[in-house]
Unconditional design. Sequence first.
Length: 293
Amino acid sequence: MQRILGAKKPEKERKVTFYTKDTIRCPVCDASFKREELFSGRINADEMTDELHRTYKPLQAFGEVYPLVYEIEVCPSCFYAAFRADFLPAGAKCSAELHERIDNRIQEVQKVFVPIDYQSPRGLIEGAASYYLALQSYELFSADFAPTIKSALASIRAAWLCHDLHAKAPNDNWDYVAGLFYRKARYYYRRALELEQNGQEPYSTQRNLGPDTDKNYGHEGVLYMAAILELKYGPTDDPVLRRERLKAAKVSVARMFGFGKKNKSKPGPILEKAHDLYERLKHELQEGDDEDE
């Protein structure tokens, strides 16, 4: 795919991003690079979607800016990628396995995202590709890095960025790619909850469970995301199984907002979204009842 106009990299004079002074050394290939970060004051928050995704209004001075593009650390040499807190410790722990997969990692990402370049300021394509690269890394990470919930976050954010790419280039099949990431996100959120509940891979110690960068909705956010993704992207070929999963999602959401008290762990916006989701789940389940009669 050719680089699309709407996702072009920021021009220098726009001063949207800067490179940090400190150099990062890749624990996999030993290459050195500097992190790209957003200047403050370059974004203007807009609405939040039903997927807890914060959207942003373009600013006249800087145009469209996508904060998610800069959240994943990517080595521009070997394409090893991970969330910033995990990049060095997890990369060091799994350096041999990650090094063995360098060629495969580069080949796989280039099948979907072409061209990509992490030597220069990132565009939407580099942002989306960074989460896909992170997914390949988290397959290798041990439970102490909470790889399943991190894979859920990487998948949903990749889906959002591919949705943005589709808005810019509707004929380039980015909507299809977004659908693939949405279904991956649904799987990883379900699996993360299972592993949290049975104690095999707890994520409660993680600093930020997102799903976006503006707020941390914690465990309640994970429950909500699992439910909304089941409703919107869950398989429909088995009506009995779908009904069973939607019922479970409805119970989970009801418990979450049923407390009705706004506090730090359950801030108001997610309670409002959860109530709307509960009504949508109830509506679909009622429609199923009507069809059975």
